[in-house]
Design a protein around this ligand. Structure first.
Ligand code: GLN
Length: 157
């Protein structure tokens, strides 16, 4: 990205929202955090945004009053990275579904990564990451047109 270009982070209440912000800035890309109800139109009117990140959050997409997102976020032409709740919401709103697992994954967990995917360039095929979720998306529930490029399922801590 060049000067003046930036990433919009929609904050769904993750404890690590500020960490996402800091990590993006460490990549020398400007970022700005917005409340979860920010519209795609608002982001476009501000100008200069080249991508959108949707953070995680404490809710389940099926909970009563689960926070929603402007669906135009997914059609406004900007690439979108959904993390945790953000990813689950993205999957649901694009025709997939989300299921509640018997066992939560919290803490350090091993994940398998398709490091031929651009997003994971430079990572090892197996990485240890911090997870906190009870809902999941699987091959059976992933939205049409989406491709799974990382998966969890093995607790290591
Ligand atoms: N980390 C998150 O965003 C968690 C999302 C959701 N509450 C879950 O348990 O799966």
């Amino acid at each position: 990205m060049s000067d003046g270009e930036r990433v919009a982070i929609l904050d769904f209440g993750a404890q690590y929202g500020k960490v996402i912000d800091r990590r993006v800035r460490e990549l020398r890309v400007q970022s700005e955090m917005f409340p979860l109800n920010t519209t795609a139109r608002h982001i476009q009117e501000l100008g200069g945004f080249k991508a959108i990140i949707i953070s995680g959050g404490p809710n389940s997409v099926y909970a009563t009053n689960a926070p929603m997102i402007d669906p135009e976020i997914f059609t406004c032409g900007l690439p979108v990275l959904g993390i945790c709740y953000g990813f689950q919401l993205m999957n649901k709103l694009n025709g997939g579904s989300v299921s509640r697992e018997q066992v939560r994954e919290d803490g350090a967990c091993e994940i398998e990564v398709d490091n031929s995917a651009l997003l994971f360039n430079g990572l090892q095929p197996t990485e240890t990451v911090l997870l906190t979720h009870g809902d999941s998306v699987s091959q059976a529930t992933v939205a049409p047109g989406f491709k799974i490029i990382a998966k969890s399922g093995h607790h290591v801590a």
